[in-house]
Design a protein around this ligand. Structure first.
Ligand SMILES: *[C@@H]1O[C@H](CO)[C@@H](O)[C@H](O)[C@H]1NC(C)=O
Ligand SMILES: *[C@@H]1O[C@H](CO)[C@@H](O)[C@H](O)[C@H]1NC(C)=O
Ligand SMILES: *[C@@H]1O[C@H](CO)[C@@H](O)[C@H](O)[C@H]1NC(C)=O
Ligand SMILES: *[C@@H]1O[C@H](CO)[C@@H](O)[C@H](O)[C@H]1NC(C)=O
Ligand SMILES: *[C@@H]1O[C@H](CO)[C@@H](O)[C@H](O)[C@H]1NC(C)=O
Length: 506
């Protein structure tokens, strides 16, 4: 049989590689209770006292966009997360942390016997532009509100925090909002106690960027930020989740992540450059935070980004990827890997190898067909995927009987205009702005267990991947059928290039 040799190799390597849980960017991540992890635009840092990583973020549930407070999770391996409830709970009637206020982009840093949580504190129309502070003697909280202040008299919107590993000094990073006089990003130094700001260290003047974070190597600082594109989805199918005065910009619609480099935080800083392949918009993510693992063998720099989903914010995903930093050439790039295995002790990580099944070998049903596409594998892409009649099927797929990550490589060209904004061209789907298509995925004809595959818009000729955890039968006769489930207005699925099936986790 054609597959025998490959299967032997795969089995041998799966056993060797499957030592831990994998990191799977863009997947639905669940905590140890089986619930979706809800910690958006957050921060992850290692806490010496507990010997664990702690992840703080905006807590969002279905139907709710703001006001959920700050959730907290802990982990020993960055892949398995235990939920500890809300570290900062909204308080009804409170002037700054009531459920109708903005509590965004929380960051936590330890200093002088206290954990300090800082965030972007605001009212629902982004009219206050403050930085909130809450403290706790325990990393997991609960945190007690201290104050919300304007940083050195200025405005503060998207908030970040950076601690220099060489001297332990912490810095606030903040964009000062969308007003004409603003549109800057600041680096400002905290006092020793991280309880107030002392002075501005640098201002990124009028770049009109947001979502700042910094990663530090032995010789350089790299500041990552994302664009605000001014795209405002405005259609009957897209609920206006914020105030429609700018916050819709960063819902991952057309965000390019850029970086600047400097020898010192005070600068001079370089020109910005784009840190992911062109037209992938930072692999469909917005910068948020970075995490450096200084392991026993290797230092690994992780990019912790958010893949916002403005159609249902609570379903927004996390894009965590390694960054390749080349100080000699003064460059930083984010590397895509569908599935990777990170050892937080040694700092070593490796992409997990999977088995690829190409669109060329798939069968098409109904009106689905194979179309010439010089950017796709074998020069063809599967298109016309619609409803449950016009489907494509990949067969002869090897499985283990255990849940396995399967990455679907797709193209979705829906978002090429401004929806119905003046000067914009309508997108392809009945003139309505859509940020994702949803395909149905069925394993071995089991229609009772339809999986939903969210396919964020990409770009013309840009193929990205999105993962699903599927249980395939042991053996090599599995079939995966993909149909169109929903794109908000009809049943169109994205075009498919190939799928990759990964070995199971332990
Ligand atoms: C937010 O605060 C600003 C400044 O005080 C105020 O003008 C605006 O009305 C407030 N918005 C809401 C929704 O309370
Ligand atoms: C904030 O800083 C900008 C320059 O970066 C300045 O033009 C603006 O007046 C400042 N705003 C306040 C409230 O101080
Ligand atoms: C905010 O609270 C912190 C911690 O209690 C305190 O050190 C700081 O001085 C306060 N800032 C203002 C402006 O009150
Ligand atoms: C599927 O397609 C790839 C690439 O075109 C090819 O190398 C491979 O032999 C095909 N496999 C099968 C089972 O047809
Ligand atoms: C098939 O799709 C159509 C919409 O295209 C839907 O109305 C119907 O319920 C679906 N049938 C099944 C069995 O899912």
């Amino acid at each position: 049989m054609r597959f025998t040799f490959a299967r032997l190799i795969v089995l041998c390597c799966w056993a060797v590689l499957a030592t831990a849980k994998y990191i799977v960017p863009g997947a639905r991540w669940h905590d140890t209770d089986g619930n979706l992890i809800s910690a958006h635009a957050g921060s992850v840092s290692f806490d010496d006292a507990t010997g664990k990583f702690w992840w703080f973020g905006e807590y969002k549930v279905e139907g709710q966009t703001e006001g959920g407070g700050v959730s907290v999770y802990s982990s020993e391996d960055l892949a398995t997360w235990a939920y500890h409830g809300l570290a900062l709970e909204p308080i009804e009637g409170h002037p700054y942390i009531s459920p109708d206020m903005i509590i965004q982009r929380p960051k936590v840093v330890y200093s002088g016997g206290q954990y300090h949580m800082w965030w972007h504190a605001d009212n629902s129309s982004y009219g206050l532009l403050l930085q909130g502070l809450a403290t706790s003697p325990r990393v997991g909280g609960t945190y007690t509100f201290a104050n919300a202040t304007s940083p050195l008299g200025n405005w503060s919107q998207d908030f970040g925090l950076f601690t220099d590993y060489k001297d332990g000094r912490s810095y606030a990073l903040y964009s000062n909002g969308d007003r004409r006089e603003a549109r800057d990003v600041y680096i400002a130094a905290y006092d020793e106690g991280v309880s107030a700001l002392e002075g501005v260290v640098h201002r990124f003047d009028k770049y009109d960027l947001e979502a700042p974070c910094i990663v530090q190597t032995e010789s350089s600082y790299y500041a990552l930020m994302s664009h605000k594109t001014g795209y405002r989805p405005n259609s009957p199918f897209t609920e206006c989740v914020f105030d429609c005065t700018g916050k819709f910009n960063n819902m991952g619609v057309c965000v390019d992540v850029v970086a600047f480099r400097a020898d010192s935080l005070a600068g001079p800083w370089s020109q910005p450059w784009i840190v992911a392949p062109l037209n992938t918009r930072g692999f469909n993510s917005q910068s948020g935070y970075t995490l450096t693992i200084r392991g026993t063998k290797k230092t690994t720099y992780l990019y912790l980004g958010d893949q916002w989903d403005s159609n249902s914010l609570w379903e927004s995903r996390y894009i965590w990827l390694p960054m390749r930093i080349d100080d000699e050439n003064k460059d930083l790039q984010i590397e895509w890997h569908d599935v990777y295995d990170l050892d937080v002790k040694t700092g070593d990580w490796k992409p997990v190898k999977g088995e690829t099944y190409f669109g060329k070998n798939a069968t098409t049903n109904g009106n689905a067909f194979k179309q010439e596409a010089n950017f796709a594998s074998d020069g063809i892409i599967l298109t016309g995927i619609y409803g449950n009649d016009s489907t494509v099927a990949f067969s002869g797929i090897k499985g283990t009987g255990k849940p396995q990550w399967v990455s679907f490589y797709y193209q979705n060209t829906d978002d090429m205009g401004f929806g119905d904004q003046p000067g914009g061209s309508p997108d392809r789907i009945k003139g309505a702005w859509q940020l994702r298509r949803i395909s149905s995925v069925v394993v071995n004809g089991d229609e009772a267990n339809v999986q939903t595959l969210f396919q964020r818009d990409t770009h013309k000729g840009i193929i990205l991947s999105t993962p699903l955890l599927l249980t395939l039968e042991e053996g090599s006769s599995n079939t995966i059928t993909v149909g169109g489930l929903s794109n908000g207005v009809d049943y169109k699925g994205a075009d498919l290039d190939r799928i990759i099936v990964y070995p199971p986790e332990l």
